[in-house]
Design a protein around this ligand. Structure first.
Ligand code: HEC
Ligand code: HEC
Length: 143
């Protein structure tokens, strides 16, 4: 009885291992037990351009092309406004926060930034200069 159970469990493990092998999926931290320390990843360099990064499809939230290490978005302040608000963008030679971010369907006359657009990182992110981790066949749909 005991032997049958042991064989059963071994077969189950073999089957799972076989599945993982077939898909060739490997954890980024290596095939390590959960409690084993993984190797540390080096800090990646941010991809920075002095211009806009081409969008891959119409209405894609544009990628942030500059450093954001010193920016803060919290309850008290949003430092992105320093350059991107309707009052500052001209002097800072920055693109203005999209007009769509001020159009509240519930309050069409309101001119303030819609609250659900306050946390810019929800949609706008910087990129790092790194190779894709897995093969990627994505093709840009253009603007
Ligand atoms: C010191 C001024 C400054 C601050 C602060 C700043 N930006 Fe910018 N941002 C710019 C300028 C200038 C550009 C135009 C591209 C360039 O010259 O880097 C730009 C470009 C962008 C773009 C690309 C727009 C497009 O159409 O491609 C996004 C998105 C953006 N910024 C988001 C942010 C967010 C989010 C924050 C806050 C975390 C922020 N920026 C803070 C000056 C600033
Ligand atoms: C819910 C997602 C979302 C949030 C949050 C958001 N954006 Fe956007 N943003 C977009 C999308 C999508 C576009 C492109 C389409 C458009 O203009 O609506 C865009 C466009 C922009 C542009 C380009 C405008 C242009 O004329 O080309 C700027 C600059 C920008 N956003 C800044 C910001 C800043 C700064 C914040 C935070 C205060 C922010 N956005 C929050 C989704 C978002």
């Amino acid at each position: 009885m005991k032997t049958t159970l042991a064989i059963g469990i071994a077969a189950l493990f073999a089957a799972t291992a076989g599945l993982a092998g077939a898909a060739e999926v490997h954890s980024l931290r290596g095939n390590l037990p959960l409690n084993a320390p993984a190797k540390e990843f080096g800090k990646k360099k941010q991809f920075i351009v002095n211009d806009k990064v081409a969008r891959n499809w119409k209405l894609q939230p544009p990628i942030i092309p500059h450093k954001i290490d010193k920016e803060r978005i919290n309850l008290d302040e949003n430092t992105c406004f320093r350059c991107h608000s309707p009052d500052t963008y001209k002097a800072e030679k920055a693109p203005m926060i999209s007009k769509t971010h001020f159009k509240n369907p519930d309050k069409p006359v309101e001119k303030e930034l819609i609250k659900r657009r306050y946390y810019c990182y929800q949609c706008h992110v910087p990129q790092v200069d790194a190779k894709p981790l897995v093969e990627n066949t994505f093709k840009s749909a253009g603007k």
